[in-house]
Design a protein around this ligand. Sequence first.
Ligand SMILES: [Zn+2]
Ligand SMILES: [Zn+2]
Ligand SMILES: [Zn+2]
Length: 459
Amino acid sequence: MDMRAETTETLIEQGDILLTEKEFEDFGSLTHIGRRIVEVKYFFEQLQEISSHPSLFQCNLSHISIVGEKRIGLISHFRLKCELCGQHFKVTSDYNKKQTNQIDINTAACSGIVATGVGYSQFEEMCSAMDVPIFTEKYFAKIQDQVFEEWEATAVEAMEVAAKRERDAAFAEGRVKDGLPVIDVYIDGAWSARSYGTNYKALSGVAAIVGRKFGEVLFIGVKNKYCLICARAEKKKETAKEHVCHKKGSSTGMEAAIIVEGFKKSLEMYGLIYGNVIGDGDSSTYAKIVAANPYPNHIVSKIECRNHLLRNMCKKLRTITKNTRYPIGHRKLVTEERIMTIRKVITSSIKENKQQIHNRDESIKNIHADICNPINHGFGDHRSCKDYYCNKDKSFEDSVIPQIENSVFWFRVRVIINSVASNSRSLYEDVDTNTVERLNSVIAKFVGGKRINFSFRRS
Ligand SMILES: [Zn+2]
Ligand SMILES: [Zn+2]
Ligand SMILES: [Zn+2]
């Protein structure tokens, strides 16, 4: 292999971009240029265009050779030449960022490096093993800065758009209080380390409020790094009003403070009431929201996760059967089969009432009433049963209830069921943990840009 054929290999600082330029004398000596990552459709279209270039000869792709390459990180600009007619052409491996609004491969690669936590040197080594030349570490840092700036510029707007969607939907559904739209939100923060895993260490100190209807981020804060309230003020060229600024603070419990601040500013920022909080985890954050009393005429309520509520009920029923304080004869009656029957009836009550009744409040009332009966059904008293879950004769004859009716044990069992019934509103909302867990990926996606920067030294 004649390496001298590559006449120049220079690094040029051209404006902000670091270029690697290679000139090749002719195609014959170009024995090795390695691999590149191309945007397949875009690249192919360019080749198609070139292959039918107008000339006096019968030119086609086989007459065209690569005579040079200008490389910006993972993006290559090839210079091509037709050996028959002598025309020159340019093809690019990735689309023009400015024209398409897409993330280019360099930016995408940087995001990937940070998201996976592999780091620059591993990425470089991996690519070199695949014979794909990449950018320098210096350029990597430069892209990260650019991404962060873009993220900062667009995040404020993106959240404003998301808030408007939620607001419009709330009005359309008539969820209004004192003329103000009321919405449900998920709250989450990196306190739920389990969902972020070790690769997301960089996210510690992140907290967000996400609208339930569209699953989009409405408020986000990053400890020591990003304060939405400051960012909005800056964008509007105003001075930020008084707020708990998490850009400066580093106290513990910062995630909860971010969330509370989001609630306190929701009216001012978006004219929205975050009326109900969905979550199965950290109840101390909810307590802090309530204590902050963000809306003078509305108490923020909490929607519990349905599966969580039902799982808890079953667990409590099982526990009580093991408590030797109660007579064995009583405890034996609470069988696994009966527990599952109760659970099943509750689940179908929710479904039935949601489907049949279209008034929210009435539906919730019905669910409450229906949930109090499954315990009778489960223990053989079908007198109050409804057809949709019970096909037995509406009788009492086989019931075991008379054996335990007036005992403390039976009273305890009823309390467990009643506490589920008291959460009828949550049950109606039908939130399951999957939704809550999916939220984490929304945030991760949203802060994709941030992940890059905040994990990198920058400040
Ligand atoms: Zn030609
Ligand atoms: Zn601030
Ligand atoms: Zn029944």
